[in-house]
Design a protein around this ligand. Structure first.
Ligand code: DON
Length: 425
């Protein structure tokens, strides 16, 4: 195999295994007795290729990692506005089990803390639905995202249900503010079952990769979330997913993430990979010590920090050169490359503005462009219209039709060709 990823992942796994600080959560009695040495780490690409090291097929309960996915299901069921009426999107700066409510609206501050997650849980299905059916919907939803049928770990569920005093107190407070209509005790029972859904590191890697893949499950190809829902979910994971360590996490690791108190952790790098890890030893914030350490390493070694990805805008302009047609007409060709976003088009148009004060024949060569996003496409075509109105002749070399719109726009008089030879013939 040409890729160094399997060896690298094993190395990170082995090095992090040396980390033996932290303790399993004990406020859920069943979690305290887990084997502390369990340690699994996996990466999934957006086309579902999984690289794995260690205990990646061992089952454990999903706990708070269910929260971003149930939030996504609530948005799908009720629409974003209805969900925002009940749950905010501000980091609380407090632990996951605090009753962090907004002062005036009394909305829980975000869907990643327990108060927000219990409220998001209440929004699944219809208000009148019985709690068992609501939990079934959640299990089905998460199973579709994981790509296999998941189920509840009854032992962990019962263990947490017997000791869920704090979540019950939170739910009663939420009910007193009319944040939901259901019986608080039934709702907490359902939320506890949601948290006790059993997953493996492999499942979580696939779930994280579904988010990385814009909501399309990498293996089944099913669109399980819309792109706007994915954007909402990843945004709250970035700002709130790691609770009172969110700022530290985003500056050091820079990957939208969510942890669970059983020791699981997911990270999603949009467009690139899903990361999942599991080790039951937790730090003071309730995050797996080894999983955090592994994410820090991956982010640093592989330049995975969210703020590092954008290529410089000028990188889309490969070169600008003059060519002559067979009839002797001079054309300025702007050769473009890569993936074009807002800043790239801004830079291109600024260059064109600086280089041309008189109408001329300009060509834009998209042969080496593999993608242009909607905003960039709109900006570019708008500029082409202005050029044409100002008397420029515009040619587009676009063999793969990354810019299909002008072909359909009869009013836009541009010359579309599929090669440089065709342009200069
Ligand atoms: O509600 C609880 O307390 C647990 N079922 C889930 C908490 C959790 O996973 C916190 N995350 N690190």
């Amino acid at each position: 195999m040409l890729s160094s990823i399997p060896d690298y992942l094993s190395q990170v796994h082995d090095e992090c295994a040396a980390e033996t600080s932290g303790f399993p959560a004990d406020y859920i009695p069943e979690l305290a007795s887990v084997d502390r040495q369990l340690w699994g780490l996996a990466l999934s690409t957006v086309d579902g290729n999984v690289y794995a090291a260690g205990d990646v097929d061992v089952g454990f309960t999903i706990q708070s990692i269910s929260k971003p996915f149930v939030y996504a299901l609530a948005i799908a069921d009720r629409g974003l506005d209805a969900v925002l009426e009940k749950v905010g999107v501000e980091p609380s700066g407090e632990a996951f089990n605090e009753l962090s409510l907004e002062r005036d609206s009394k909305r829980p501050r975000n869907p990643m803390i327990n108060a927000g997650a219990i409220t998001a849980h209440s929004l699944i299905g219809s208000y009148a639905m019985d709690e068992n059916s609501r939990v079934e919907l959640i299990i089905d939803g998460l199973s579709t995202i994981a790509g296999r049928q998941l189920s509840v770990d009854e032992t962990v569920y019962k263990s947490e249900a017997r000791t869920a005093h704090r979540n019950l107190a939170i739910a009663h407070m939420l009910r007193s503010y009319d944040l939901f209509e259901q019986d608080p005790e039934e709702l907490v029972d359902g939320y506890t079952r949601q948290c006790a859904i059993r997953v493996t590191v492999r499942d979580l890697a696939m779930m994280a990769a579904t988010l990385a893949n814009g909501g399309v499950q990498p293996v089944t190809g099913e669109e399980v979330m819309t792109t706007s829902t994915v954007r909402q979910v990843l945004s709250v994971m970035t700002t709130c997913g790691m609770y009172d360590a969110a700022g530290d996490w985003v500056t050091t690791v820079g990957i939208p993430a969510k942890s669970g108190v059983a020791g699981g952790l997911i990270g999603t790098l949009p467009g690139q990979i899903g990361i999942a890890a599991f080790s039951p030893r937790l730090d003071g914030h309730g995050h797996s010590v080894r999983a955090v350490r592994a994410c820090e390493r991956l982010s640093q070694d592989m330049n995975l920090h969210l703020m590092e990805v954008a290529p410089p805008a000028h990188a889309i302009i490969r070169q600008t050169r003059m060519v002559a047609t067979a009839s002797g007409e001079a054309i300025t060709v702007h050769e473009l490359q890569g993936s074009i976003h807002f800043a790239g088009v801004e830079r291109l148009l600024r260059n064109v503005d600086e280089q041309h004060s008189q109408p001329a024949h300009l060509a834009f060569d998209f042969t080496s462009v593999y993608q242009i996003n909607d905003a960039a496409r709109r900006m570019f075509l708008d500029a082409v219209r202005k050029m044409v109105d100002a008397g420029y002749a515009v040619s587009l070399i676009d063999p793969d039709e990354v810019l299909p719109e002008p072909v359909d726009d009869e009013e836009l008089s541009v010359n579309i060709v599929s090669s440089m030879a065709e342009l200069t013939a």
